[in-house]
Write a protein that binds this ligand. Structure first.
Ligand SMILES: Cc1cc2nc3c(=O)[nH]c(=O)nc-3n(C[C@H](O)[C@H](O)[C@H](O)COP(=O)(O)OP(=O)(O)OC[C@H]3O[C@@H](n4cnc5c(N)ncnc54)[C@H](O)[C@@H]3O)c2cc1C
Length: 447
């Protein structure tokens, strides 16, 4: 295999030195593996050449955008192809059709900044929206806080251009991303965490800019279970999002200089806060909804404090919610909140029961767990606190992954609501789908 030959063919760059390979041996997950090489393609033609080289040399291609995936999707022993540096152009915006063509390395928040003057918006968002890229969002079918309104990325994907593993350049029309077996019956599957298709241009659906008045009702609770029951009441008022912040995250924000300023809405030491978001045409409308919601929750003995945060101040609450995960790495000691079952999703009505059983399983193993994120859609990020430096901790990592996969299956949920399966959850796909359906998964893979 002559990497030098490939290097000469590219307009972009190819690195195979130890330092660059080490830099790309990790992503935001718990995994680490040295790639064969790192490519920074400049053009779509570069990507086609890299795929051809990998095929001829029995290697693999790992498309990489911002590398914020949590399940090891962009770590592997093949050629990591980083599209974040050169494939970053917003190609066109059509304000009449409400669509935009972008290259895969466009950052989600930068796209929305650009769209502001058109009074348009790309709906799906992640907590990493200030750095994650459209190619990665499509790859993972990402979504986030407002998915109760906007759904996930695949619902906003109109067309996509790129290369299949055999090097053929193709354009797919409005269908879905990922293997998405729920939609397989009437669709052509493609994409899927970079294992089927390498995108070079993406046409997105855009939505109208957000309503002018924003508020977060930050309901305080004495337990997680109480907050998840109240979540079902909040949903009756058509919120734009409902986000859970638990006591672990709140605790970490106390000692942090920046985040301690964002705790202005927190009273006492709640075990959980639900930030229920309303975007409406007038502030009066929001006040009426918030008051009716408080009355309903209080009538069911759910929640003890209902502060409403308006306008610019809502950014401080969002900031605290989004920063929370990073702060968790400051938990003292070697035991950390690990990403292993961090992406479970069940029917929102089942969420209180699911979490009760989930916590019983963890209690049997003497584990505590951080709970946070997208309560509105039944998608909670659950991070057990485990010391991966010990043999026992490493064993627990897999045991918990297996136990919770069975629990999620029992509730007919998904192990990977938005972060993707990656190598972390790949082994559980046959369990989740069943062997028979698993056979339908396309086998022609880039990797
Ligand atoms: C703190 C934190 C919070 C997070 N919160 C959320 C959240 O709220 N919601 C959510 O959905 N996710 C979340 N994530 C996971 C992740 O940020 C998102 O899924 C994000 O969309 C990934 O984008 P990326 O640019 O980092 O992609 P990467 O991680 O680089 O790639 C993602 C996948 O897309 C593939 N890919 C990338 N580019 C291409 C291409 N051109 N062609 C084909 N395949 C490609 C990759 O191979 C990989 O499989 C979070 C992660 C962290 C670390």
């Amino acid at each position: 295999m002559k990497l030098e030959n490939l290097e000469k063919q590219l307009d972009g760059k190819l690195f195979y030195d130890h330092t660059m390979r080490t830099l790309y041996a990790t992503d935001a997950s718990a995994y680490k593996e040295m790639p064969l090489a790192v490519a920074i393609p400049k053009t779509a033609a570069d990507i086609q050449k890299i795929i051809a080289f990998a095929r001829e040399n029995n290697s693999s291609v790992i498309p990489r955008a911002a590398g914020t995936s949590l399940a090891g999707q962009v770590v592997g022993n093949g050629i990591v192809v980083d599209i974040s540096q050169e494939l970053t152009k917003i190609l066109s915006v059509d304000p009449i059709e409400k669509s935009a063509w972008v290259e895969p390395g466009v950052i989600r928040d930068e796209l929305n900044l650009h769209l502001k003057s058109y009074k348009l918006f790309f709906g799906p968002e992640t907590s990493t929206s200030n750095r994650c890229m459209i190619g990665g969002m499509v790859g993972n079918n990402a979504c986030g806080a407002r998915s109760v309104i906007y759904g996930s990325t695949r619902e906003h994907l109109l067309e996509i251009k790129g290369f299949l593993a055999d090097g053929n350049e193709v354009t797919f029309g409005a269908r879905n991303t990922g293997y998405a077996l729920d939609l397989l019956a009437d669709s052509q599957p493609f994409g899927s965490e970079g294992t089927l298709f390498f995108s070079t241009a993406i046409k997105l659906n855009l939505v109208d800019a957000l309503k002018p008045f924003a508020a977060l009702v930050c309901v305080h609770f004495n337990s997680i279970n109480e907050s998840l029951k109240a979540n079902l009441l909040a949903l009756k008022f058509n919120p734009d999002s409902v986000e859970l912040i638990d006591h672990y995250i709140l605790e970490c924000t106390k000692e942090n200089i920046e985040q301690s300023k964002n705790r202005f809405f927190v009273q006492g030491d709640p075990q959980a806060i639900l930030a229920v978001e309303f975007l409406r045409d007038t502030q009066e409308e929001i006040l009426q909804i918030a008051s009716a919601m408080e009355e309903l929750m209080r009538s069911e003995n759910l929640g003890y404090h209902f502060p409403i945060v308006f306008g610019e101040d809502t950014n401080k609450v969002w900031n605290l919610r989004k920063a929370g995960l990073g702060l968790l790495s400051n938990i003292p000691g070697d035991a950390k909140a690990v990403a292993v079952i961090e992406d479970t999703a069940v029917d929102v009505n089942d969420l209180p029961d699911f979490i009760e059983e989930f916590n019983a399983i963890l209690k049997e193993r003497n584990l505590n767990c951080v709970h946070y994120a997208h309560a509105a859609t039944g998608e909670l990020h659950l991070r057990p606190i485990i010391d991966l430096k010990t043999k026992e901790g490493a064993g627990l990592f897999r045991t918990i992954a297996t136990d919770i996969a069975h629990l999620v299956k029992k509730y007919k949920g998904s192990l990977s609501g938005e972060h993707g399966d990656g190598r972390l959850r790949g082994e559980f796909i046959p369990l989740m789908l069943g062997e028979e359906i698993y056979q339908f998964l396309p086998y022609r893979q880039i990797r």
